[in-house]
Design a protein around this ligand. Sequence first.
Ligand SMILES: Nc1ncnc2c1ncn2[C@@H]1O[C@H](COP(=O)(O)OP(=O)(O)O)[C@@H](O)[C@H]1O
Ligand SMILES: [Mg+2]
Length: 408
Amino acid sequence: MAQLLGIRIENYRALRDIEIGKVAWNKGTDLPKAVCLIGPNGAGKSTLLDAFGFLADCLREGVEAACDKPHRGGFERLRTQGRHGPIAFRLYFRESPTALPITYELQIDLQDGRPIAASEVLRQRRRSEKHGRPYPFLKLANGSGQAWSGESTEGEEAATSIAVALDDPTRLGITTLGQLKDHPRIVGLRAYIEGWYLSYFVPDAARTLPPSGAQRHLDRTGANLGNYLQFLRRTHPDRFQAVLNAVAAKIPGIQSVSCEDSPDRRLLIQFNEAGYADPFFQANMSDGTLKLFAYLLLLQDPDPYPLVGIEEPENGLYHRLLRTLADEFLDHARGERETQLFVTTHAPAFVDALAPDQVWLMQKKPGGGVSVDRTADIPTVKALHAQGIPLGSLWFSRHLQERGFEGA
Ligand SMILES: Nc1ncnc2c1ncn2[C@@H]1O[C@H](COP(=O)(O)OP(=O)(O)O)[C@@H](O)[C@H]1O
Ligand SMILES: [Mg+2]
């Protein structure tokens, strides 16, 4: 499965000019399988996760529709205040652990008052060349340009390109070419970005009983929890109860979880609690239990998303449950799972479980814009952590030197 090695963002709301991880073959360190973002309010953590959602929306619906989503408010509201250049992204990713990394660059700008994909470039190095500039296999400006088909930028494939002219410049080239068999790397990128998932879990949404019908993935708010379980039960009948048992074992006070069908075929989730003869259903469960249940289930998805963003999982969770979630996060970090996780948090207890090369500190810069620093790169943090002081405690006691509006 593909993994994001790094991302560079310019002019996207508070993110005037930031990069995390490796953004070119000779610049930066690969992002790990689990990335945690911390920092004061307004430091751009949600914006960074929204940038992932924005890219996925651009791919699915075009850049104009992505800019105009109600929570984004249009291009002019999205572009960093005071800036005039395009909103720009550079993704550096690898399709599989053995593949050569690919760079995808996208610039979005206004043309006659409409946001369009002003520039789109995909590049990959040649295996035969250890160093040097990667070769393009897609190069579009305002919807016109060239694409090189095939699996690599070597040999004959590199020599044959086709002219591309999109009739709608608000659509991405990777949306169109990502449907063509001749362009396997673009097909791969499209599938990868389409698979990104952001969770804004809302316990009340998960309490409702949605109409019957299996659904492949959990939705953003968790409102289709029952549908997702129906899907798991149908596609993995042999593993279904084992997954539920594994999840139940991690939730304190819950002896088992099972599923029943209501007379109108909707799925009822039964939580068997210690000390009670009768089960409780999702409508009666606490926010925290339901939340932990949904996150654990999401992370056990047998058909996992390549990238999952989770916002502030600590809300409503008892600190011990937060530790359970942190342990899941660490499981991902060890590379045992396929999903790459991005989690924002304000909870030092969550961060205590993590290492400095898994945590990035975001802060507002005094002159505008924000900075993003890997905590492992902050002087003294690595040394203090190596002495046994947990990272969350260092953060809490201001050893991460927050210099944003909190003032350090
Ligand atoms: N177009 C913009 N230009 C510059 N800054 C912006 C723009 N839109 C929003 N912001 C800034 O982004 C901040 C919100 O960032 P957010 O990602 O929600 O922070 P966090 O999740 O870390 O609390 C706002 O406080 C505002 O300062
Ligand atoms: Mg936020």
